[in-house]
Design a protein around this ligand. Structure first.
Ligand code: FAD
Length: 641
């Protein structure tokens, strides 16, 4: 009798657990860099799902998407294909904080990403729950043992053996959805939760925590009186997220969003029913994001505010569902309906989906290296919401970095690490792996020290070289980038060497633009004139008949680089100082408990976070400048002994 084999064993180079925004980028990066990759998801319907807001980008998140694109990621291209409305936020402020945001057609976004994954060479999608991580101890050759990942086991018992595993489990680990008295043990939109993997993480000694987030109700478009709302159109001039696209590639008819407000009546309904909110009754134990509070949180914490903005955004062209941005809640169903109906235009609103809060398990990311590999388990990586972050874009960039690094280490190549002076991605990852976060981490422009250098328009100048070196940016895109860079440099030089004469024509022009005329016989370069607040590269066109035809991106970049030249130079000097500390590497084997001058808290933090360099050590909360000095002296002494 032939014995039937109970469980299958499959071999591949990389396993990615989770097909959300982190998992899609991680899997594409691995596969595109040549690794035979299997992408697991508890449900194929959750591929690139947007369970909350129907948009990509926004303040600081737009920066992340442009950086991801410059490195060869997919999110920017995917939203360029599927957006319904596009807007540059903060355009009245300086270019450092301009942030592109696009409303997505959710279904189209998911469908297009799935198509990309399904057609990617080296990549297979598998609907199954990864239940257990397979890791074992290995002698590293020096007598010390290191734990190494071997693969995953699914709930059916099948084993997928791979030397690289990336965890991108998002909001699905032991997920619990709650509103009012109702609780359901599912992931978002009623999709299955993953209920086994947390135990495996705990068994491996990985610190697990519980966070929560929430989403607003969706309302049927036909039940809204739009004549009472303020329309919010998109920009007339469209800008793509992806550097591979030109504005004409993404031209389309845009959809409208709308604005309304809560009022005293809405707030009264919330206050009267606050005892029924699981957030306030103590049913929800997980920690929520401070910067994305629920409407009940806003009303209770800011009693003096008599109204809050609510943006009404379409979920897609395929549906009548409208998303009520700013109204996330976990109040009971009847209270949700009552509060929504108090708003102008919503008197007869019909709720399609209730608002709810979701709790899930995630890890303390300080156990990771800046490559997103676990310090204590070789070959195992984590990216996205599992690392305590919140947001599609935050997840996507981590997925990309983890995917690239898993592939580079598989091929024995140098890792890719982006530091805080090179990108918002660097700021995000450095914060996650260095500072113990007690609440879901959201990217914000204020978290970046070198904001003027980290603009979304120059993300390609900062990162495309790295993306190409890693192998993710194609030669065609790289050549396009080099051409753009060349045009930019040539035009900046031309503006420095092209002078407007101090003649009648120039001075008439300057007066017409509210600018001081030039003193007699002293011409000024275009580069100098651009610095005047009332002038710009575009405005100076009239004085500049020799100007070459340039793409819009290059024109904007020339303007910014010249206008803010002085500030940019100063920030570059700060970066020089920062780099000095970042390049002071700390050996991996330091025993901080034996360094006598360090305070106890600093010893404990340094021992557990194990910073890679002095700069990172100084950013750990609980490590003071005095501790850093002790560490520097200790490192010097160690060098000489
Ligand atoms: C209710 C709700 C409200 C939210 N509100 C906001 C908000 O206001 N602002 C904001 O920026 N973000 C919000 N988010 C968060 C946003 O959805 C996430 O940040 C983003 O989706 C995280 O991406 P991710 O790739 O890490 O994980 P997810 O998109 O959650 O994807 C996780 C993937 O992992 C898979 N998976 C998990 N465990 C396993 C396993 N063991 N085996 C196989 N597959 C597995 C799932 O099937 C899924 O494919 C909200 C999410 C929810 C659900």
């Amino acid at each position: 009798m032939t014995e039937t084999k109970k469980h299958r064993t499959e071999y591949c180079d990389a396993v990615v657990v989770g097909a959300g925004h982190a998992g899609c980028e991680a899997a594409l990066a691995c596969a595109r860099l040549g690794l035979r990759t299997v992408l697991f998801t508890v449900s194929v319907d959750s591929i690139a799902l947007m369970p909350c807001n129907p948009n990509i980008g926004g303040t600081s998140k737009g920066h992340l998407v442009c950086e991801l694109d410059a490195l060869g990621g997919e999110m920017g291209r995917n939203i360029d294909k599927t957006f319904l409305q596009s807007k540059m936020l903060n355009s009245s402020k300086g270019p450092a904080v301009w942030s592109l945001r696009a409303q997505a057609d959710k279904q189209a976004y998911t469908r297009e990403m799935r198509k990309t994954l399904e057609n990617q060479e080296n990549l297979l999608i598998r609907q199954a729950e990864a239940a257990e991580l397979l890791a074992e101890a290995e002698d590293d050759g020096s007598g010390k043992t290191t734990r190494v990942i071997r693969g995953v086991r699914t709930t059916s018992g099948a084993e997928y053996l791979a030397p690289r595993v990336i965890l991108c489990t998002g909001v699905y680990l032991n997920a619990r959805c709650i509103y009012g008295e109702v609780e359901e043990f599912t992931g978002p939109n009623g999709l299955r939760a993953a209920t086994h993997l947390t135990q495996s993480l705990v068994d491996l000694g990985i610190p697990v925590r519980r966070f929560k987030t929430g989403t607003p109700a969706r309302v049927d478009k036909r039940s809204i009186d739009f004549s009472r709302l303020e329309p919010q159109p998109g920009d007339e001039i469209l800008r793509p997220f992806s550097f591979s696209n030109e504005p004409e590639d993404i031209a389309r008819q845009q959809e409208l969003c709308w604005l309304t407000y809560t009022n005293e009546e809405t707030h009264a309904v919330i206050r009267e029913n606050i005892g029924r909110s699981p957030l306030f009754s103590g049913t929800i134990k997980g920690t929520g994001p401070r910067y994305c509070p629920s409407i009940e949180d806003k009303v209770m914490k800011f009693p003096d505010k008599d109204r809050h903005q609510i943006f009404i955004e379409p979920e897609g062209l395929y549906t009548n569902e409208m998303y009520l941005s700013g109204m996330s809640s976990s109040l009971p169903e009847d209270v949700q309906e009552a509060m929504i109906r108090t708003m102008k235009g919503f008197e007869h609103a019909h709720i399609v989906r209730n608002a709810y809060a979701i709790e899930y398990d995630c890890i303390d990311a300080t156990v990771l290296r800046p490559t997103l590999e676990f310090m204590d388990i070789r070959g195992l990586y984590a990216a996205g919401q599992i690392n305590g972050s919140s947001g599609y874009e935050e997840a996507a960039v981590q997925g990309l970095v983890a995917g690239i690094n898993a592939a580079l280490s598989f091929k024995g190549q140098e890792p890719l690490v982006i530091d805080r002076s090179e990108g918002y991605i660097g700021v995000l990852i450095d914060d996650l792996v260095t500072k113990e976060s007690r609440e879901p981490y959201r990217m914000m422009t204020s978290r970046a020290e070198y904001r003027l250098l980290l603009r979304q328009d120059n993300a390609d100048l900062r990162l495309t070289e790295k993306g190409h070196r890693a192998g993710l940016v194609s030669d065609t895109d790289y050549e396009k980038f080099l051409r753009r860079k060349e045009l930019l440099q040539a035009e900046i030089l031309r503006c420095r060497n092209t002078y407007a004469g101090a003649n009648e024509r120039t001075n008439e022009f300057l007066k017409a633009h509210g600018s001081t005329p030039l003193p007699e016989s002293r011409g000024q370069s275009l580069a100098e004139l651009i610095k005047r607040p009332e002038l710009s590269y575009e405005v100076l066109k009239e004085l500049d008949p020799e100007r070459p035809e340039l793409p819009a991106r290059v024109r904007e970049e020339v303007n910014t680089e010249l206008k803010y030249e002085g500030y940019i130079r100063r920030q570059k000097e700060q970066v020089e100082r920062f780099k000095k500390l970042e390049t002071r590497r700390i050996p991996e084997d330091v025993d901080y408990t034996s360094i006598s001058g360090l305070r106890l808290e600093a010893r404990q933090k340094l021992q557990s976070i194990r910073p890679e360099n002095i700069g990172q050590a100084g950013r750990i909360s609980g490590v003071s400048p005095a501790d850093v000095s002790v560490l520097l002296i200790w490192l010097e002494q160690r060098k000489t002994t």
